[in-house]
Write a protein of this length. Structure first.
Length: 79
């Protein structure tokens, strides 16, 4: 089985939390449109001026997803 990778988008500023939550909606839409095998997304407030949105993809799907969505960074996802 492929490793799972967490693709991350960073949002900063006073509206970071709302922007990350909204971005997650678009990530969910992308997963459905592309028929990706995982459906793990989320958003997290790291502090009041920095939030992230993320999605988890299998390593074999990472390059096309990365090229289409341009995440800011990524890391290995461990459940």
């Amino acid at each position: 089985m492929d490793r799972k990778l967490k693709l991350i988008w960073d949002f900063k500023g006073p509206s970071a939390s709302q922007t990350a939550a909204h971005h997650e909606k678009h990530l969910k839409e992308f997963i459905v449109l592309e028929g990706l095998p995982l459906n793990i997304t989320g958003h997290t407030d790291l502090h009041d001026m920095h939030s992230i949105a993320f999605m988890v993809v299998p390593e074999s799907k990472m390059i096309p997803v990365r090229d289409a969505l341009k995440p800011h960074r990524g890391e290995v996802y461990e459940e």
